[in-house]
Design a binder for this molecule. Structure first.
Ligand SMILES: [Fe+2]
Length: 313
């Protein structure tokens, strides 16, 4: 099979480090996405994680040719120590050029070591590291401006047409201060759910599903940004770092051209009572091929002024 016409975009909620070792619905979905990526000859993977942010107005792209991996506690070490990263230095330079051309203060980081927000997902997607496509990791900006991160995704979106898979990895409901950690600390167990999640967690989990599945294209970008004003947002996200990769994903999948593509909640895993690891996919390989043909026959015509503002912030 040749390159896809337009790759999908994923927003994965990586959850706790236990998600690397535990058998979960989410882990099975990550593995399925990895198999699909290989079946469609994905050229490379461009990721924004939730554990790397730059100060001031800067962002960076990882250019370490031999990155190490930071410790991943509460799991059997061989699960990640034996898995070798496959960094994509050429695409990193390309991303820097694209971001620079769009006005970002961006530079390389030749010393960055990978963190479990990215390698946990990649190990589940590609258990055999020799099959993992080349990977580029883009940082967040620590001001956590949602418009800024939507624009990062929008800027890198053209890479989807070249066969790159764009992934944001963060968390849909991810407040470490509100998790119940006892079972994980004592027993390395995070999936017990011996009591129901609290109301704010259920409410924000539902709001996120509704936003993703009921909005497409530029509407998706606007609705995702609006989620940060949801009454339960601050309970669901104690800090903004795990929600910015969702903005990146919405930016990458929120063009007018993306209006024809369905966005789905594909899998979900609750951990530590109140953490909801929702796995979202925007578009699909098949849908993109179908849509490309339709788009040629009948181009879209409306530009959204609101999104023009968002995209230039
Ligand atoms: Fe995390």
């Amino acid at each position: 099979m040749g390159l896809p016409g337009l790759t999908p975009v994923h927003f994965f909620s990586h959850g706790s480090t236990r998600m690397l070792e535990a058998e979960t619905e989410s882990g099975n979905y990550w593995a399925k996405c990895g198999q699909e990526a290989l079946a469609h000859n994905v050229k490379g993977i461009v990721m924004m994680g939730a554990h790397w942010a730059c100060l001031g107005d800067k962002i960076e792209v990882a250019t370490n040719p031999n990155p190490g991996k930071s410790p991943c506690p509460y799991v059997t070490p061989s699960l990640y120590l034996d898995w070798k990263p496959n960094p994509d230095l050429a695409t990193a330079e390309r991303c820097i050029s694209m971001l620079k051309a769009d006005g970002f203060n961006v530079g390389p980081n030749p010393n960055f070591d990978w963190i479990h927000d990215t390698f946990l997902i990649l190990i589940k997607m590609f258990p055999d590291f020799s099959k993992c496509p080349p990977v580029t990791i883009v940082s967040m900006n620590a001001r956590f401006d949602p418009h800024y991160h939507v624009k990062v995704g929008a800027t890198l979106r053209p890479l989807r047409k070249e066969g790159y898979l764009l992934i944001g990895t963060g968390g849909a409901v991810h407040n470490l201060y509100r998790n119940a950690w006892t079972d994980m600390i004592l027993y390395r167990e995070s999936l017990g759910q011996e009591r129901p999640p609290e109301a704010w967690a259920l409410e924000f989990r539902q709001a996120t599903e509704d936003v993703v599945t009921r909005n497409r294209g530029p509407d998706l970008r606007k609705a995702m940004i609006r989620l940060m004003q949801h009454p339960a947002y601050r309970q669901a996200q104690a800090t903004d770092d795990h929600f910015m990769p969702a903005m990146f994903a919405a930016g990458a999948a929120g063009d007018l051209e993306d209006r024809a593509h369905a966005n789905v909640l594909a899998a979900e895993t609750w951990e530590l009572i109140n953490m909801c690891n929702s796995q979202f996919t925007f578009g699909s390989y098949q849908a993109s091929a179908d849509t490309s043909r339709k788009m040629l026959a009948k181009p879209h015509k409306v530009a959204s002024p609101a999104i023009a503002v968002a995209a230039s912030a």
